[in-house]
Design a protein. Sequence first.
Length: 450
Amino acid sequence: MTARYAEGRNGNYPGKGIGQEVGVAILGKGTVGSEVLRLISEFSENLENRIGGPIAVRGVAVSDVSKHQGSPGLENLQLTDDARSLIDRDDVEVVVELIGGIDYPRELVLQALNAGKSVVTANKALVAAHADELSRAANEAGVDLYYEAAVAAAIPVVGMLRRSLAGDQIQRISGIVNGTTNFILDAMATTGMSYEDALAEATRLGYAEADPTADVEGHDAASKAAILASMGFHTRVTYDDVYCEGITKITADDIAAARQSNETIKLLAICERLVDDTGATTGVNARVHPALVPNDHPLASVDKSYNAIFVEAEAAGRLMFYGNGAGGAPTASAVLGDLVGAARNKIHGGRAPADNPYADYPVVEFGEVLTRYHINMTVNDRVGVLSDLAREFAEAGVSLSAVRQEESGDGAHLIVVTHEAAEKDLRRIVENLSEHRDVQAVDSVIRLDA
């Protein structure tokens, strides 16, 4: 396989020289943008020493200038509602995009890259949807595209995949990459709250947005999974390639059943290299869904709104990265780290390692991936029901790892744990069970996939 990206038009990427200013445009002044500006001001001398020249903020683009006039920290900065003109300034060399969303930021980022400006972004949705297009533009212009803050804020997982493990082969990446859902599941596990009560508490404390859909339905985590899979496997994986299932159906009974099994439920982003019997890679898969995690697994102990990413590599073995995965200050820390890298390259010359999806493995549908199911159902309490249902699994070619039956009112609770089987076959079994004459209800289906 050959590299897909050629050298950019800037040739050998000469630097400006020690002591020269690096002009920066900030797009957006929300929670993260405000923290970025504060840190640039507060640590200006340190940043200059690390970069080799001072950062000069040329302007800040906002949607409504009148709302920010007189705000602390903006007294000596130019505010504008014309982001395009700010990007086009000859004295702007690095653009920091902190607006959010996809379509409009995409236009601005492409404008900056095509004009030869390096870009730092924290926009996970943008990167997950358009990383290939943006990376090509950056490469053709010979500039940098940084997005450490797009995945798990201050946790340095993008840099780890791009640099530290660049010589290794990643087998699997799994992790808790959304603090809101982890807070909700942790509250349910530690206090016995219902999902609705835990969500209300997360909203009250500011962990959940007024509209929490992107978090609780798994969309936020899916964007991050697409980025992690793309970087880990050198294959372009987009948001649309990621199977996505949220936590809205998780109940207090599910949490209690997990506890009885010495497990805990986490919303996991899972990126996996798939191999055949010879060890050759056949494709990659990325997915987000609730999963039962054994209590002795490192991810099981990640509580509150913290994030953690567990990496399995051929040479390095098993690694875990843990910390604050959201919030203004942690995200701004990651943005500043990227800004230092981009600015240093402007001073000294050269470029950061670019994305290179040379491997171009096929993205395998989740239905073809091997998983395990934990199925909790209410069945008729009669002699022979267990053997009849076990036959359903046997006829589908799925073997059972464990079966447990508990009395429950007019029926019985039957808990079945399968061995590994194709996701599509396990789904079909659940559909058949739902229609079985002895199954009153399939109460929950949770994967074991840590």
